[in-house]
Design a protein around this ligand. Structure first.
Ligand SMILES: NC(=O)c1ccc[n+]([C@@H]2O[C@H](COP(=O)([O-])OP(=O)(O)OC[C@H]3O[C@@H](n4cnc5c(N)ncnc54)[C@H](O)[C@@H]3O)[C@@H](O)[C@H]2O)c1
Length: 252
């Protein structure tokens, strides 16, 4: 098992990639904190993990709220004694809204969840990692964090910021035994479309231009395997970078 005895926090773990990551990491021997703002679904994931012989508990946390982030990491340490792996996965779409139609409210909401959330969980986790001179962070960015029109302006900018945060943390804390990498998934079959309602017609049309060259949609389990690589010692020399997992979509 690749994560025996490790303690892992996964945000947005009630669904999609976060759920698949929580399940795979548990099967690889990690003790999991299944965190989500949807506590009912998070508890279902905990039941699945424990039924399969894994160790997990659920924490209700909206990553856009500092008080929830504090509670999430404090509960992790209270229950398991430490933290080894932080997976920043919680994220929402932005209705494909282009710059000209953006509201401050949408911009701030998307940044609060997709960018400020990861910053706060990292900020809260670093003292734990620094004390033991080890720790691993994996941020779920997006192909939209590397290229210009996979979503609307807010999502694209927010995920680009996650990539910048990943590189900054990865380099600056490298001498402290801490690694920070990101995954840029292409299209993956999850429930993320539930965070889309009344998509902007112009923005969606401009975002969908590239879909005809997308080789295929991926599964959450395929992303979980990349996360396992980045969270385990198999990737000990990989730091401050982004692993694209998109069946070759962005290679064109
Ligand atoms: N699905 C894709 O095609 C795709 C592609 C690239 C990147 N991503 C990214 O992958 C990550 C996971 O998304 P997914 O596709 O598995 O979606 P999903 O909707 O299936 O899962 C996301 C989970 O995050 C939770 N969540 C949302 N807002 C939250 C908040 N404020 N606090 C805590 N939890 C919150 C949701 O309740 C849900 O359980 C996101 O960051 C998303 O941007 C998705």
């Amino acid at each position: 098992m690749k994560l025996s005895g490790k303690v892992a926090v996964v945000t947005g773990a009630a669904s999609g990639m976060g759920k698949a990551i929580a399940q795979l990491f548990a099967a690889e021997g990690a003790k999991i904190v299944v965190s989500d703002h949807n506590i009912d679904n998070a508890s279902l994931v905990v039941n699945e993990i424990t039924s399969a012989g894994g160790v997990a508990f659920a924490v209700a946390a909206n990553v856009a709220k500092e008080v929830d982030v504090q509670h999430l990491i404090d509960s992790t340490v209270a229950e398991y004694g430490t933290l080894d792996i932080l997976i920043n996965n919680a994220g929402i779409m932005d209705n494909f809204v282009p710059a000209g139609d953006l509201t401050d409210e949408l911009w701030e909401r998307v940044f609060a969840v997709n960018t400020t959330g990861p910053m706060r969980t990292i900020r809260k986790s670093l003292p734990i990692f620094l004390e033991k001179n080890s720790g691993v962070i994996v941020n779920i960015a997006s192909a939209g964090g590397l290229y210009g029109s996979r979503a609307g302006a807010a999502y694209t900018a927010a995920k680009h910021a996650v990539v910048g945060l990943t590189k900054n943390v990865g380099f600056q804390y490298a001498p402290k035994g801490i690694r920070c990498n990101a995954i840029a998934p292409g299209g993956v079959a999850t429930n993320i479309s539930t965070s889309i309602n009344a998509p902007n017609a112009f923005g969606m049309e401009r975002a969908m231009v590239g879909m005809q060259i997308n080789p295929r949609t991926g599964s959450a389990e395929e992303i979980a395997k990349v996360a396992l690589f980045l969270a385990s010692d198999d990737s000990s020399f990989v730091n401050g970078t982004v692993v694209t997992a998109d069946a070759g979509w962005t290679a064109y």
